[in-house]
Design a protein around this ligand. Structure first.
Ligand code: GLN
Length: 484
């Protein structure tokens, strides 16, 4: 899709400005029902687009991403643009700088249409934890788009953006990609700089792209990947053009499957995954049964480590340094009772009114697990088990190139279906958290659809690769996409 739009731009079939305006038209028509966007950046988009048009008019060569409109999850900073992470505590926060991914996309000439809705501070699996209202699944608006990057997935699925960025700490790119029928990639930990991403659980998260095709995802990854001195966890590796690896050839590639992961699925979901496996077999890949014995602990390990890191990262929202402060007259419409004057009351009330229920739950869980006396039993133990899970992967990757598992348990569930049951919501992450716990790259690709209540809905499959082997992950995903 990006390549076609690029051709159209250089052949003067459309101007970049008109392209952006067309997308704003679609947003205007559809987004009142879907609510993928929290903020539109019309002026910025048109200015970026006009810059590209001027280049074309001067007869200069433009790169693939120049003039191509996309959307940015609202936990990524764009200088001068409101950045809320879908939280009331950042309701009035205007980012003073660009995240590194934004800086790189600007340099690549991409156009930003706006900021997308997500679960508050990226915690959740349905976008129902946003303080601003929930995004709906464009394929069935009675259902969730997944989360936490639900707005980014829905924007692409609804043709309200060509591509988008999300963040993935435990599945927040891949699960919404599966539920909305688009492609979503979580890169290897260290592949993409998180500078300017609103930190949530720093040892787990990565920024990554959504798009309709694997090639488009590869194009965005090529623009955002690479070392950055502002994020010390980014790895030394030269920037690559990932599209060069999309040969569509998987003959001889060894793909591991874990039978327990598949046998636990419903019949229709099982059939969908089985068809994907058959397709790879037909394409000449070698399918091997593998064992990941410790991976059954990934979900409990994640739900210890993630809240611990949340409790520490979110301590910065104290009503003094960022956003909402209940002592601030501007926010006097908040129900503060007798306006608190003391510093402690400012801390407490800013957090009480500024943070939502799920965020508070994670902060409490994390604070508990990190407290003296419990640290060894929970946090330290979880880190040890994390190492064991990682060792499983190291061993398996001696035998196979990729691992194929489901992305989610089922297609999109109904709005409200899991909101009363946090554990059911956490279970939604069962297949995705492992890649974050061990740090490997993982992609979700739309597989055969699954029928629910007489309606066919998207259902993705997931490919996990070796550390820093996005090339094989993307190429195998591409091979399926062009041969299914
Ligand atoms: N659903 C997971 C959670 O709620 C993952 C979130 C994410 O990847 N940002 O923590």
């Amino acid at each position: 899709m990006i390549r076609e739009l690029h051709e159209k731009l250089i052949n003067k079939g459309i101007t970049a400005e008109q392209l952006a305006l067309d997308y704003f038209d679609v947003i205007k028509k559809k987004d009142k029902d879907i609510f993928a966007y929290l903020t539109l950046t019309n002026e910025m988009a048109l200015e970026q687009a006009r810059g590209v048009d001027a280049k074309i008019a001067r007869g200069e060569k433009i790169e693939l991403l120049e003039g191509i409109p996309g959307a940015i999850k609202d936990n990524l900073c764009i200088s001068g643009v409101r950045t809320t992470a879908s939280s009331k505590i950042l309701d009035n926060y205007i980012a003073p700088y660009d995240a590194t991914v934004i800086k790189r996309l600007k340099e690549a000439g991409a156009v930003f249409l706006g900021k997308t809705n997500c679960d508050e501070f990226a915690m959740g699996s349905s976008t129902e934890n946003s303080a601003y209202g929930n995004t709906k699944n464009p394929l069935d608006i009675t259902r969730v788009p997944g989360g936490s990057s639900g707005g980014s997935a829905a924007a692409v699925a609804a043709q309200e953006a060509v591509w988008s960025l999300g963040t993935d700490t435990g599945g927040s790119i891949r699960q919404p990609a599966s539920l909305c029928g688009v492609v979503g990639l979580k890169p290897t930990y260290g592949r993409v700089s998180r500078h300017g991403a609103i930190a949530m659980a720093s040892s787990l998260e990565q920024i990554g792209p959504f798009a309709k095709t694997v090639e488009d995802v590869a194009i965005i990854l090529s623009a955002i990947a690479g070392q950055d001195k502002m994020d010390a966890t980014t790895a030394h590796s030269s920037c690559k053009d990932y599209t060069k690896y999309l040969t569509g050839e998987v003959k001889g590639l060894k793909i591991g499957i874990v039978s327990e992961y598949i046998s636990g699925l419903g019949e229709k979901e099982k059939k969908s995954i089985q068809e994907v496996i058959d397709t790879y077999r037909k394409l000449g890949a070698e399918i091997r049964e593998i064992q990941l014995p410790y991976s059954k602990y990934s979900l409990p390990v994640y739900y210890i480590i993630q809240p611990c890191e949340v409790s520490s990262n979110l301590a910065r929202y104290d009503g003094i340094r960022y956003g909402l402060s209940v002592n601030d007259e501007k926010d006097s419409d908040f129900p503060t009772g007798g306006m608190p004057k003391k510093l402690l009351e400012t801390y407490l009330d800013s957090r009480r009114y500024g943070l939502g229920a799920e965020v508070k739950r994670r902060i409490m869980l994390g604070t508990y697990a990190l407290s003296s006396g419990y640290y060894d039993a929970y946090y330290l133990k979880a880190q040890k088990v994390r190492t064991l899970i990682k060792k499983d992967f190291e061993k398996v990757f001696e035998d196979v190139d990729l691992i194929l598992i489901p992305t989610a348990l089922s297609p999109a569930f109904k709005i409200g279906e899991k909101t009363e049951d946090p554990l059911a919501m956490y279970l939604e992450d069962i297949f995705t958290v492992t890649a974050n716990v061990v740090g490997v790259p993982a992609i979700s690709v739309p597989g055969p659809e699954v029928e629910v209540d007489g309606k066919k809905l998207p259902f993705g499959f997931q490919l996990m690769g070796k550390w820093f082997d996005e090339e094989n992950v993307l190429n195998a995903a591409h091979a399926y996409e062009i041969n299914k």
